[in-house]
Design a binder for this molecule. Structure first.
Ligand code: EPZ
Length: 415
C-alpha cells in the first residue's frame, strides 16, 4: 500500500517528458515470445505491469534483462508453459500470452485473467477467434488450456473493436499457416505499434483502417523498437495543468494520438499548441463545462474518463460524461464527492455540477486511472488531499507520477 499527499492550489508550469507507453509495451512483451532470439524494446517504462509480465515470461522459459531504459527479451527456449500466479490476475495483458504461445504452436495453460474494478473484462472474443484459428481452447476451473498444433489462419470479424482481442489474433496469426484477416479491428495507436514492431522482425502485416491482414511467415528475426510516449500519461499531465490554470509543455508524445482529448480541452477553454513530439497547454480558470462520451479510438479514450471527471468539478456549469466501454468505471465519482464534488450517476452517465470547487480529503484509489484522477483532484482542491492506494494501482501505469508533477511545480509526495 502507498499514500500520495497533495497540497492543492498551485498552477503547474514547466516542461515534462513522458515515459514510454504502457499499453504499447505490454503487447510487445508478448510478441517477443514469437521469436526464437532476442527482441529489444527501447524507452520501456519501469512500471509494475511490465515487471509482472517479466515474471510471467520467465514461467515459460524466456529470459529478460534491462540495459538502462531498454528491455531485452530472449525467447530462444520457450517451453510449453503454465502461466499462473498472482501476476496473471493483476495484469490484464497476461491474456496476450494465449495468442503468443499459440503462435509458437505450443500448448499451454494460463490462469483466467479475470475482471477488475472497472468491469468484468470478458475474453470471449479472444477465445472465439483462437478457436476459429483451430486452437483447441478449454476452460477448466479458472484456467484456460490451449493447444495450437493445428493453428492456421482464418477470417475473423470482431463483434466489438476490442484492443486485446485484436492484439491476440495478430500474435497468433504471425507464424500461422496461411492468411488471417481481421474485420472491425481496434485502431488504437497501440495496434499500429504492435504491427510496426512485428513487421520490423519480419512479419507480414498490413493495416487498412479497421481491417488487418496477416500472412503467416516461417520465423522472425532479432529486432529492436523505440516505444513512443504514453498518450494517457501525457493526457494526465495536460488535464492536471488545465485544472490548476497552469502552462506546460508535455514532450515525447505524438499529438495525433491526443486529438480527441485536445478537442475537449480546447472546448473547455484551454489554449493548446503542438509541434513535432510535444503538446503545449495554457489555461485560465474557471474552465467551461464540457460533455463527452467515451468511444473506441479515435473517440475519447475511456482511460481519460476519470481524469476528465475530476477536471470538470472545477468547471463552471454542468458536464455530462457517458462511459460506453466499461460497465463499472465511475468509482471516482464517489471519491470526488468526499472532496465536495456534486456528481449524479445514472446508468452509464455521470452529471457533474461544477463551480463549487474541491476541498482536500482522504480518498482511496479503486483502479489505476481512478488513482491518477484523484491525485489531479488533489492539485485542484483547497488544502491537503491524501490518496490511499491499497494495491499500488498507480505504480502499475505511472513510473513516477509524484516526481513528474513536482517537476511541474506541484507540492506532492509519496510515502
Ligand atoms: C485495453 O484493455 C487497455 N489495456 C485498457 O487500458 C483500455 O481501457 C482498453 O483497451 C480500451 O481502450 C491494455 O492495453 C493493457 P478491450 P482491453 O478488449 O484490451 C469488452 C489502462 O488503464 N470485451 O478493448 O482489455 C470488455 O469487457 C487500461 O491502461 C468483451 O466483452 O480492452 C470491455 O468492456 C484499462 N469480450 C470492452 O470490450 C472480450 O473478449 C473493451 O475491452 C474482450 C473485451
Amino acid at each position: 500500500m502507498s499514500f500520495i499527499e497533495v497540497i492543492g492550489g498551485r498552477p503547474l508550469s514547466g516542461e515534462i517528458k513522458v515515459q514510454g507507453s504502457k499499453n504499447a509495451a505490454l503487447p510487445l512483451l508478448a510478441a517477443a515470445v514469437l521469436h526464437r532470439g532476442e527482441s529489444r524494446i527501447k524507452n520501456c517504462p519501469g512500471i509494475r505491469d511490465i515487471g509482472n509480465m517479466e515474471v510471467l515470461l520467465g514461467q515459460f522459459g524466456c529470459r529478460t534483462r534491462r540495459e538502462e531504459r531498454t528491455l531485452i527479451i530472449d525467447a530462444s527456449d520457450v517451453a510449453d508453459g503454465i502461466v499462473t500466479g498472482a501476476e496473471v490476475k493483476r495484469t490484464r495483458a497476461s491474456v496476450l500470452f494465449m495468442g503468443a504461445l499459440s503462435g509458437r504452436g505450443r500448448h499451454a495453460a494460463i490462469a483466467y485473467p479475470g475482471g477488475c474494478s472497472i468491469g468484468e473484462r470478458k475474453i470471449d472474443f479472444h477465445i472465439d477467434a483462437l478457436r476459429k484459428m483451430r486452437v483447441n481452447v478449454e476452460e477448466k476451473d479458472g484456467t484456460l488450456c490451449f493447444d495450437a498444433k493445428e493453428l492456421c489462419g482464418s477470417d475473423i470479424v470482431l463483434k466489438f473493436p476490442s484492443v486485446g482481442a485484436t492484439e491476440n489474433i495478430i500474435l497468433a496469426a504471425v507464424l500461422a499457416r496461411g492468411t488471417t484477416r481481421i474485420q472491425n479491428a481496434a485502431t488504437e495507436p497501440e495496434i499500429g505499434i504492435l504491427c510496426e514492431f512485428l513487421n520490423g522482425a519480419g512479419a507480414r502485416i498490413s493495416c487498412r483502417g479497421n481491417s488487418i491482414t496477416i500472412e503467416g511467415v516461417k520465423e522472425l528475426r532479432d529486432t529492436e523498437y523505440v516505444l513512443p510516449g504514453d498518450r494517457i500519461v501525457a493526457g494526465t499531465y495536460l488535464t492536471a495543468a488545465a485544472g490548476t490554470g497552469g502552462k506546460v509543455r508535455v514532450a515525447g508524445v505524438r499529438k495525433e494520438e491526443l486529438n480527441s482529448l485536445i478537442a475537449v480541452l480546447r472546448e473547455a477553454g484551454c489554449e493548446i499548441g503542438a509541434d513535432a513530439g510535444s503538446v503545449t497547454l495554457a489555461a485560465k480558470l474557471p474552465l467551461r463545462a464540457v460533455s463527452l462520451a467515451t468511444a473506441p479510438y479515435p473517440g475519447f479514450p475511456t482511460d481519460m474518463q476519470s481524469l476528465m471527471m475530476a477536471l470538470m468539478c472545477g468547471a463552471s456549469g454542468e458536464s455530462r460524461i457517458t462511459e460506453t466501454i466499461f460497465e463499472n468505471r465511475f468509482h471516482t465519482a464517489g471519491e470526488l464527492a468526499r472532496m465536495g464534488a456534486e456528481i449524479r450517476v445514472e446508468g452509464n452517465t455521470a452529471s457533474i455540477t461544477g463551480g463549487g470547487g474541491l476541498t482536500g480529503a482522504e480518498v482511496t484509489a479503486g483502479d489505476l486511472r481512478d488513482g491518477a484522477a484523484l491525485v489531479t483532484a488533489g492539485l485542484f482542491a483547497k488544502g491537503r488531499t491524501t490518496v490511499r492506494d491499497p494495491e499500488d494501482y498507480i505504480r502499475r501505469g505511472y513510473e513516477d507520477i509524484t516526481g513528474d508533477l513536482r517537476k511541474l511545480g506541484a507540492c506532492v509526495r509519496e510515502y
